[in-house]
Design a protein around this ligand. Structure first.
Ligand code: URA
Ligand code: SF4
Length: 210
């Protein structure tokens, strides 16, 4: 199937999905949005209040900060793909349960990533980081480019965390500032067909590519 059609098909399925219990309390499922040829995919945790109201990702306070971070590296949100680990709002903004993450990512996020095939995946917060780096500490690995499961991952703090803890704001800004160079260097790095680490055993800092 054409990648554009895959994204459309995923969005259609997400809109009426009942594969996990999050569908009971959602108002609007939030599949994600952005161009199919985006170089970067940002993965948050799950829709919050405003996202659930509007059916669009990162439209609340965290989204505004994400847009500011993108603007500082010369990008608008229209140029990147933005989505979440789970597509329906966990009630009361609770953490998504492991079984919800499992069923939702297998059904949808994996297909979105295959269709877009981005140069880099930026995980925002520990839930999306956990898809690739189960045992990593975000304070150790944030801002590093890591090759995991055949993909280039850059874990970052969640923008909402910086709204609660001001000291994280410059950390996120610094990590974003490195993204253009990481992408340029990734283009030069040899392709690796084999996943290097599904469950990294060594300290995550040794996984750093650059
Ligand atoms: N936080 C997230 O993780 N995702 C959103 O879409 C909005 C806020
Ligand atoms: Fe379906 Fe994902 Fe929503 Fe669960 S969170 S109902 S799996 S779209």
């Amino acid at each position: 199937m054409d990648p554009t059609d895959i994204l459309k098909q995923v969005a259609r399925e997400v809109a009426t999905c009942e594969k996990c219990e999050l569908h009971f309390s959602r108002k609007n499922a939030v599949p994600g949005e952005g161009p199919v040829n985006a170089e970067m995919v940002f993965i948050g945790e799950g829709p919050g209040f405003h996202e659930n109201e509007q059916g669009r990702p990162f439209v609340g306070a965290a989204g505004k900060f994400l847009e500011e971070l993108l603007a500082k590296i010369g990008l608008s949100r229209q140029q990147v793909y933005i989505t979440n680990v789970v597509k329906c709002r966990p009630p009361g903004n609770r953490d998504p349960k492991p079984e919800e993450v499992e069923v939702c990512t297998n059904a949808y996020l994996e297909r979105q990533l295959q269709a877009i095939n981005p140069k880099v995946i930026i995980t925002l917060g520990r839930h999306s980081m956990g898809l690739y780096l189960a045992n990593a500490k975000i304070s150790d690995v944030h801002g590093q480019a890591l090759r995991v499961k055949g993909r280039l991952i850059v874990p970052m703090y969640h923008p909402a965390a910086a709204l609660h803890q001001a000291s994280l704001k410059p950390v996120l800004e610094n990590d974003f500032a490195r993204l253009p160079e990481l992408i340029a260097r990734a283009a030069e790095a040899p392709e690796q067909s084999e996943p290097i680490h599904n469950e990294p055993k060594e300290p995550p800092t040794q996984l750093s590519l650059f």
